[in-house]
Design a protein around this ligand. Structure first.
Ligand SMILES: *Cc1c(COP(=O)(O)O)cnc(C)c1O
Length: 341
């Protein structure tokens, strides 16, 4: 087998730890998992298998293609984007149900014979969802609703909007006949018991994201690693990389790694990121290329063919790169071998 020269080292124990942490913070509420966008770039099937083994029973994807890719895992999947006309052929997928978002989707689902569904209500984000007024006017009558959900716009901040959304959502408790209510994403879990209702839907924190300080116990899951393709000595005064933005102040040992912005190692890491050889830090020199970066390896024994890990703790990596923790996960490209340990 031809192994890729870059790989994601994925920590199964950290993933499960993060889910258990969120589950325990959520008290009596069930803890699900958002696995859309291929498990935030890590691999939805592998994530689902590990979290289902740990006891997770509710999974969330965006589209029916994502649900179909999970059907043989046997887990319950809610499809957040609901049912477009084009989706109706797939929408009877075993163990899957739509999250209905609009009056058109509600009617489409009723016309197709109904069946168990979820419903999204908009409580102020003005993204997806039916309105509380639609509900008061009887839009949902006749539906068999598993979970009524809404989504917080600003759970990662201490914004007044959080309480306003929570109150609007809580007021719908008796209005729909839904078996369960669900409001909180990862950051929402940290807002406290009033936000947990019956089911929480964390995503980013499962994968090592820390959207609020209360979630500091979340552990890093994904670490990019890249192979050294070349090692060279750069003489004092010579430059490295596109546009010669880094000029060697002294003779420097440089390793060229098989990793670049096409893999999701974004240009924001230029001159700021770092690799590690053991505990020795190897700073990124100059610009990140599409498929390559250069690091200063003067302080370590590094040879062609060696593997080096990149620093990728999400809060810190987001701060230095200017990308969000979410983008740092979902941008991780298809050229990585994804290796679960
Ligand atoms: C993505 C998503 C989540 C998970 O959000 P995180 O911020 O990643 O925890 C939960 N609910 C809905 C509706 C989503 O779209």
């Amino acid at each position: 087998m031809n192994r890729s020269p870059c790989r994601l080292s994925l920590d199964s124990a950290a993933l499960v730890h993060n889910w258990r942490l969120l589950a325990s913070m959520s008290g009596a509420a069930a803890c699900g998992a958002a696995v859309k966008a291929d498990g935030y770039g890590l691999g939805a099937r592998e994530v689902v298998r590990r979290l289902a083994d740990a006891g997770c029973r509710d999974f969330f994807v965006a589209t029916w293609a994502e649900a179909r890719a999970l059907v043989d895992t046997g887990v319950s999947v809610s499809v957040l984007h609901g049912v477009r006309a084009d989706d109706m052929a797939l929408a009877r997928l075993r163990n899957s149900r739509p999250v209905l978002n609009t009056p058109v989707q509600v009617q489409r689902w009723k016309d197709a014979g109904g069946g168990l569904c979820d419903v999204m209500v908009d409580t102020g984000m003005n993204r997806l969802g039916v309105s509380p007024t639609d509900i008061a006017d009887g839009l949902l009558e006749g539906l068999r609703i598993d979970t009524l959900m809404s989504h917080l716009a600003s759970a990662d901040e201490d914004a007044a909007m959080n309480e306003a959304q929570r109150a609007r959502f809580a007021a719908l408790a008796e209005a729909t006949g839904a078996q369960r209510m669900s409001l909180a994403n990862s950051a929402g879990v940290a807002l406290g018991a009033d936000y947990h209702f019956d089911l929480v839907r964390p995503g980013v924190a499962l994968y090592g994201g820390v959207p609020r300080a209360e979630l500091a116990g979340v552990r890093q899951v994904a670490t990019p690693e890249a192979q050294v393709l070349q090692r060279r000595r750069v003489r004092a005064g010579e430059a490295v990389g596109y546009n010669a933005t880094w000029v060697a102040p002294a003779d420097t040992e440089v390793a060229i790694l098989n990793l670049g912005y096409a893999d999701g190692y974004w240009c924001g890491f230029s001159g700021k990121g770092q690799a590690r050889a053991g505990t020795t830090r190897l700073p990124v020199l100059g610009r990140v290329s599409m498929d390559l970066i250069a690091v200063d390896c003067s302080a370590a024994e590094v040879a062609e063919g060696d593997w080096l890990a990149l620093d990728y703790a999400l809060p810190e990596a987001a701060a230095i790169s200017g990308m969000s923790q979410y983008e740092l996960l979902t941008g991780l490209g298809s050229r990585f071998d994804r290796i679960w340990r």
